[in-house]
Design a protein around this ligand. Structure first.
Ligand code: ZN
Length: 412
């Protein structure tokens, strides 16, 4: 998808403003001799920006406005090294709320709804984003934050919350508790707006079965406002994103070249009107694709497909680029398999070939050989890779509170 005229003008204005400042990117563009963006070609010459830049610029090196214009900061924790700090102006905060309000509207949420907000408040962008959008919409915010399940359920019942906002794992936990405690008749939830971490169909179906609500995926990242730059619609076919605030390109993560619409690659985001910390061509490492054509739901905003994984997780086996999430997706179609798995990659020297070993879990009620056979067949036909599959009893593979390491690569 090419930049339209308005977007091009907006990017040009961003660059012209940045080079007037002593900010990290202002200085970087000056070093590269970049002073304006006249056309698509100039845009393609802009260097990518990255989380590493933001760490280098810690704490406020990317700030592109005078101090008196900054009204708030947010921070993304990151698993390694320094955190990243993003300064926001009054307009940035307002723009974010406008985008978030649109997300609620796409999900059919109105000012009559009561929105139960469980994502965390504070440095993280989540909770306050859900709340600002809710208030702008005119709905009633129930600002819970995470934790304390008893209190969550009590408030949900007493206040008759109609919308649950949560991470997928917390939505799962709450839905299990509601089910276990037999509270389904006492809750008024109709919809769930679920944070953007990738989650499997299996998890989604479990939440649906437990509490019977419509689910929407919200997309965003702290570096680019926060959650709310896009959301899935009732068609459940991709995420509509707000192209008057962000421009999205898809690139080949290895070469950095743009790929055609419809083809998979890494999401790269350019903020069009952000003031406090504009980011141009920011590499998200999220893998998806632009879905060409218009959505039957009637929303004119362009669509990204559901996030498939992270480019950092991609590996190559038998000449095929593969993501761990592909195995997860297949497991969701196999009866008795859990969502847990491990992938081990190794090289067989005597045969001079790579092997892929997949360990999965299954419930005691099913035949393990059946599960292994099914997964092998599916991986062969759908991914083009022949694995060796081992099935172990449910609960065998280690669980992690943080991001679980799914792939071990022993190849030199
Ligand atoms: Zn739609």
């Amino acid at each position: 998808m090419k930049l339209n005229e308005t977007q091009l003008k907006q990017v040009d204005a961003q660059v012209k403003r940045l080079v007037q400042t002593d900010s990290y990117y202002g200085n970087l563009y000056k070093e590269h001799g970049i002073t304006e963006i006249k056309d698509e070609n100039d845009f393609k010459k802009l260097p990518f920006s990255s989380k590493a830049d933001l760490r280098n610029a810690y704490p406020l090196g990317i700030q592109a406005v005078p101090d008196e214009e900054v009204v708030r900061i947010h921070s993304s924790s990151g698993t390694t090294g320094k955190p990243v700090i993003i300064p926001y102006t009054k307009k940035d905060v307002e723009d974010w709320a406008v985008m978030f309000k649109r997300c609620y509207e796409v999900a059919g949420i109105t000012n009559k709804d009561r929105i139960h907000i469980t994502p965390g408040y504070g440095l993280w962008t989540a909770g306050i984003g859900f709340q600002a959008g809710c208030e702008l919409l005119g709905a009633m915010a129930v600002p819970m934050g995470p934790g304390n399940t008893d209190k969550q359920l009590q408030m949900m019942i007493d206040l008759k919350s109609t919308v649950l906002t949560a991470t997928s794992s917390y939505a799962l936990l709450l839905s299990e508790e509601i089910n276990k405690r037999g509270l389904r008749n006492q809750i008024s939830l109709k919809k769930g707006v679920i944070g953007s971490e990738r989650w499997s169909d299996k998890m989604r179906n479990t939440i649906r079965e437990n509490i019977g609500i419509e689910l929407y995926d919200i997309y965003g990242l702290t570096e680019i406002y926060g959650p709310g730059i896009g959301i899935s619609c009732s068609e459940e076919n991709g995420i509509h994103y707000w192209d008057d605030y962000v421009y999205i390109e898809i690139i080949n993560p290895v070469t950095g070249e743009n790929v055609p619409d419809g083809e998979e690659g890494e999401i790269v985001i350019t903020t069009l009107v952000k003031e406090g910390a504009p980011l141009l061509r920011f590499r998200t490492h999220d893998i998806s694709r632009i879905i060409p054509g218009e959505c039957p739901c009637g929303c004119k905003a362009p669509r990204l497909d559901i996030i498939k994984g992270r480019s950092d997780d991609m590996f190559k086996i038998h000449g095929v680029n593969m993501f761990p999430s592909q195995v997860e997706e297949l497991l969701s179609h196999i009866d008795g398999a859990t969502s847990e798995y491990r992938i081990t990659l190794a090289h067989e020297d005597d045969k001079n070939r790579d092997v892929i070993l997949v360990t999965v879990e299954a419930e005691g009620r099913v035949h393990f050989e059946e599960v292994a056979k099914k997964l092998t067949t599916m991986m062969k036909s759908r991914i083009g890779v022949t694995p060796r599959v081992t099935v172990v009893p449910e609960g065998t593979l280690p669980r992690s509170e943080k991001k679980t390491k799914r792939v071990i690569d022993y190849r030199a």
